[in-house]
Design a protein around this ligand. Sequence first.
Ligand code: FES
Length: 115
Amino acid sequence: MTPKFFSTRAHLLVCQGQSCQGRGSALLYRALWNHLERDALAYYKKGGSLRLTESGCLGACSYGPTLCVYRAQPGGGGALEQAWYAAVDFPLARRVAQAAHDEAPLPEDHRYGPE
Ligand code: FES
């Protein structure tokens, strides 16, 4: 049996380390998951393009919840773009996801990396 291939435009990771969980990252992950489902942004939905995964510590424990996103740089000839965010709430996570899906510039607020 051959696994079905789904195309992905971007991959979002929400930290589930202890410090971020203490700041609500489990709820943030669930809310973002529900949003990707509801608005058909998840990679397995028709027209969807985003993967979402829980991650371990992303190295900004005092400023969680943290989120990072990786995507092919729009018009970048295959270059990888990454953005890391601290103190993420649902509205910001939603904007990051929408920008990643739309291949639009990623939000700059709360961004802490890469340098
Ligand atoms: S626990 Fe989330 S960044 Fe370290």
